[in-house]
Write a protein that binds this ligand. Structure first.
Ligand code: SAH
Ligand code: SF4
Ligand code: F3S
Length: 440
């Protein structure tokens, strides 16, 4: 028997990439590879890249530079670039960086073992096509290895919305939903392997419209209700949602489906109607706030999270203040915020840009406000009982770490509790990024 070859994967970007990296590792398992957590002893290095903001390609080139000596020492080493940079600039990367043996775009991961076999010793392999079929269908052959209690499951990919700042519609292609039957099979398989919580993933997850098991087309809410029936699956989440696709049945599910966790990531990007229009977001600040009201009516304790871009072309201080007002009106438990970054090929890249210093200043003010809200919501958990899904042991003897239904990290001295257990916990203390509690 030959010793297994070793695969090192480095993952950038969104949760979808995390999910894809897991699938690629499993697919390469079939080709005789096991995963390693260092590039130093790898026989293959795969960078799963993100293209969402500036310097994406530069980051990849400098990372590749770090592997130069490895490639020199070990000519058999294969280096691959996957993900959204591969999709956008794969051919260019191959030309500029001869040490790259293979390039594979997000829609072609099922071909990875084949590409790996073709590439190496000066031979190159590249696939950045958008095939019609479900790539995951070909990525399901895998050992029944035990899994951590919380897992991702991609249900939808791509985007048809073309926000003026965003590369996703170009790198991930048109919106495609996986059939419910496959998702349910995968969910049952995950549960058999120890998973208790599944986060359904999609760039526009609430636009899900896949083939249902009854022959009709299903919404995300219908899919969630079917997952609700899976024994052993205790918690369901989904991300990322677009405000315009928050359908009535999905809002209602937040009030009535007990496995659906009270947490919603609902990016708004800006609170200025002028900017939202120029972003091609097709919702305004008011419609977003009304939507939040309806969601809170269905599930009053829901924790809301968002994404913000500051310094989008032509954003004035007044526009920025509209964003700050919207944040005050919503009260976020969590948010991701970014300085606008020009992406070649997107409509906003051609417009008048806001000064870098102005962007930095706005980002700082926005993040200060968000942290204040985040901290005060977290602090308000003290004295309350929450349910915690324990995921791993903590730093201290007998300590376990898990997540509450609101996605707060909770540290508990919990002898006898195992990863995968769900317990009631009384919160005793709020720290900077986590809560402490005692088993009830
Ligand atoms: N599909 C999701 C988000 C995908 S990208 C949605 O519509 O909300 C994740 C986040 O990156 C976006 O919400 C946005 O806030 C940020 N982002 C995308 N393109 C960007 C750009 N060019 N500059 C800065 N931030 C950007
Ligand atoms: Fe990008 Fe907009 Fe699509 Fe989200 S909805 S992935 S921000 S184009
Ligand atoms: Fe990045 Fe592609 Fe995800 S650009 S955010 S890895 S969809």
């Amino acid at each position: 028997m030959t010793a297994p070859k070793k695969l090192f994967i480095k993952t950038y970007g969104c949760q979808m990439n995390v999910y894809d990296s897991e699938r690629m590792a499993e697919a390469m398992g079939g080709a005789g590879y096991i995963e390693t957590d260092t590039p130093d002893d790898a026989d293959m290095i795969l960078l799963n890249t993100c293209h969402i903001r500036e310097k994406a390609a530069e980051k990849i080139y400098s990372e590749l530079g770090r592997y130069k000596h490895l490639k020199a020492e070990k000519p058999d080493l294969k280096i691959g670039v996957a993900g959204c940079v591969a999709q956008a600039e794969g051919a260019e990367i191959m030309r500029r960086q001869p040490m790259v043996d293979l390039v594979v775009g997000p829609q072609s991961y099922h071909r990875l073992p084949e590409l790996e076999a073709q590439a190496g010793h000066g031979k190159k392999a590249i696939d950045t096509d958008f095939p019609e079929d479900d790539k995951f269908e070909h990525l399901t052959a895998r050992p029944k290895a035990k899994r951590a209690p919380a897992a991702f499951l991609t249900v939808q990919e791509g985007c048809d919305k073309f926000c003026a700042f965003c590369v996703v519609p170009y790198t991930r292609g048109a919106e495609v939903s996986r059939p419910a039957a496959r998702i349910l099979d995968e969910a049952r398989d995950l549960v058999e392997r120890g998973v208790r919580e599944i986060t359904l993933l999609g760039q526009n997850v609430n636009a899900y419209h896949g083939a249902g098991i009854d022959g009709g087309e299903w919404s995300l809410a219908q899919l969630i209700w079917e997952l609700d029936k899976v024994d052993g699956l205790e918690r369901i989440r989904f991300t990322t949602s677009h405000p315009n696709d928050m359908s009535d049945d999905l809002i209602e599910a937040h009030g009535t489906c007990s496995k659906l966790m009270p947490y919603l990531h609902l990016p708004v990007q800006s609170g200025s109607n002028k900017i939202l229009k120029r972003m091609n977001r097709s919702h305004d600040a008011d419609s977003y706030l009304r939507l939040i009201e309806r969601i809170r009516a269905a599930r009053p304790d829901i924790l809301l999270s968002g994404d913000f871009i500051v310094g989008f072309p032509e954003e004035t201080e007044e526009d920025f203040q509209d964003t700050m007002d919207l944040i005050r009106a919503v009260n976020y438990g969590q948010a991701f915020s970014f300085k606008y970054s020009t992406r070649p090929g997107t409509p906003a890249a051609e417009r008048d840009q806001v000064d870098e210093n102005v962007k930095s200043d706005r980002l700082q003010r926005l993040q200060a406000l968000i942290s204040e809200q985040q901290q005060s919501i977290q602090d308000s958990m003290v004295g309350r009982d929450v349910s915690v899904l324990f995921e791993r042991s903590g730093r201290f003897e007998g300590q376990m770490v898990g997540k509450s239904e609101y996605l707060h990290a909770v540290h508990v001295k919990a002898d006898g509790v195992q990863a995968g257990d769900i317990r009631r916990v009384r919160i005793t203390k709020s720290n900077r990024n986590s809560l402490d509690g005692d088993l009830v």
